[in-house]
Design a protein around this ligand. Structure first.
Ligand SMILES: [Zn+2]
Length: 488
């Protein structure tokens, strides 16, 4: 009798918790359709904040905004300091003109942590001296001039102006490698305003690691490092070769300031009711290159992650285990935030069910491929998604064949350190299902990474997919199996 009673209670409790789970999932699906705010987050991050590199005040501002949003939705917020840089760098507007009868506006960019001008600066233009003799001949004229470097198309990295690079170039010159070595320090000492290199379009500007973290206020770069539209570069080079009378004027507001500047992982948590110390995690990186607004890389990921959090909070989710929404810092500077998080073991490695990373195009999460041992759990968790939007069907695939080896080198994105250390970090497969012809490579790290490249219906859908899946996994009565996850 007693036993029957107990089992009736157990069945009732199960039914209750099942129906609570259904209610939350239903609410997420409904809110995802009727009150999806992914693009509100995107509007703020892409249009109000914009570029946000490590070293900038804008990245701190973005952090504060994320904290504020998470708190306003009732999440627990953990702020983990992960990156410190001695010298800060902010960017103001930049403009330039060719001053001649047939002058035009210049289309250019400068890598992060390179020198600006002191107000508008104009000067004549010279071609790069290739030999000591050429340098000696031109040296007197270089003060206050711009020098064209015929580097071919660049990858957007800054010229390495560090003392170590100076030594390397000096050694190469001593070895008689004249002709292929840049007379960088010599030209800077001769007083050039800056260097101009051709850039493919769309333009990409990055930074040079040797010149960020080791920089002090006493060792700031002096000469500008300009990447100019390759078509304009060709015209200006021709003019210089013709010895025409013209000047270039640049006004570049790149500001260095004394740090240290500190950056943080912002971790929003919906605390689990039964297994609070176990986690289903998802994340995206907040830092972004600043020639554009980091709208896709990785603004879209941040917005989707944040909206997944908001949807679950708004639906009143009280999952069995905790769900953590990770907004990482310093990804573009070497996965600094996620590496710090993993290595800090703030969450023990065996307590992580899975980490879902989102960093790439603004596409729709349409499937996930998992090891056989995880398959049933994922089917159960993702089941509400199968008929959610018939136009964007969702599928769980069982991985065929042998597992891949655990990666030994970090690359790609913030899932890397999870995988290298043996944790599951399986992400959704994303696709351009309606055929927007979106190609990430075309805009990645370029001046075209702007709000208008975002695809709202894909991003909004993905927020729902991430929320429902994470909630389903968090409600299992076990962590995901790691059997057959990696080869070793
Ligand atoms: Zn990225």
């Amino acid at each position: 009798m007693k036993q029957t009673f107990l089992s009736i209670v157990a069945v009732l409790m199960m039914a209750l918790s099942l129906s609570a789970q259904d209610k939350v999932t239903k609410a997420v699906l409904e809110l995802g359709r009727t009150d999806n705010r992914t693009m509100e987050h995107a509007d703020y991050i892409a249009r109000n904040i914009g570029g946000r590199i490590v070293g900038s005040h804008m990245l701190n501002h973005a952090e504060e905004w994320v904290i504020d949003q998470f708190k306003s939705w009732g999440l627990e917020v953990i702020v983990q300091e992960a990156v410190e840089i001695g010298v800060g760098f902010d960017r103001g507007p930049w403009s330039g003109r060719l001053l001649s009868e047939d002058g035009f506006t210049l289309h250019f960019g400068t890598p992060a942590y390179t020198a600006g001008t002191r107000g508008p600066q104009k000067g004549k233009v010279y071609l790069e001296p290739k030999t000591q003799r050429e340098f000696d001949r031109i040296k007197g004229a270089l003060k206050g001039s711009w020098v064209l470097l015929e580097t071919g198309a660049t990858s957007g990295l800054a010229i390495d102006a560090s003392p170590a690079a100076d030594s390397t170039r000096a050694a190469q010159l001593a070895e008689d490698k004249e002709g292929s070595v840049l007379f960088y320090r010599q030209m800077v000492d001769a007083g050039v305003l800056g260097f101009i290199r051709p850039s493919k379009l769309p333009m990409q500007v990055l930074y040079n690691r040797a010149m960020c973290f080791n920089l002090t206020m006493d060792s700031l770069p002096k000469a500008c490092d300009i990447l100019l539209d390759e078509h304009q570069f060709a015209i200006i080079k021709q003019k210089a070769q013709n010895r025409e009378d013209f000047q270039l004027e640049f006004d570049i507001r790149n500001h260095f300031f004394r740090g240290p500047m500190k950056y943080h992982n912002i971790l929003g948590v919906i605390r689990g009711t039964q297994y609070p110390d176990e986690y289903v995690m998802m994340g995206s990186h907040l830092d972004a290159y600043d020639i554009a607004t980091g709208s896709t890389d990785d603004g879209q990921g941040v917005c989707v992650t944040m909206e997944a959090a908001r949807l679950l909070a708004a639906a009143g989710a009280k999952p069995k285990r905790s769900i953590m929404f990770c907004i990482w810092t310093g990804e573009e500077y070497g996965l600094l935030g996620s590496k710090f998080f993993v290595e800090s073991k703030m969450i023990p490695w065996d307590k992580i069910s899975n980490y879902f990373n989102r960093d790439g195009g603004p596409l729709a999460a349409t499937s996930i491929t998992v090891p056989p041992a995880m398959y049933d759990d994922f089917v159960k968790a993702c089941e509400p998604l199968f008929d959610y939007n018939p136009a964007i069907p969702f599928k769980v695939n069982k991985r065929n064949g042998e597992p891949a080896a655990r990666p030994t080198r970090a690359g790609g994105s913030d899932h890397a350190y999870f995988q290298m250390n043996g944790m599951p970090a399986i992400s959704f497969s994303e696709s351009d299902i309606f055929g927007y012809d979106f190609i990430y490579r075309d805009i990645w790290h370029t001046e075209d990474d702007l709000y208008d490249k975002l695809i709202p219906e894909y991003m909004e859908h993905s927020a729902v997919v991430q929320a429902v899946t994470a909630y389903g996994l968090a409600n299992l009565n076990h962590l995901l199996s790691r059997e057959g996850l990696y080869k070793d």
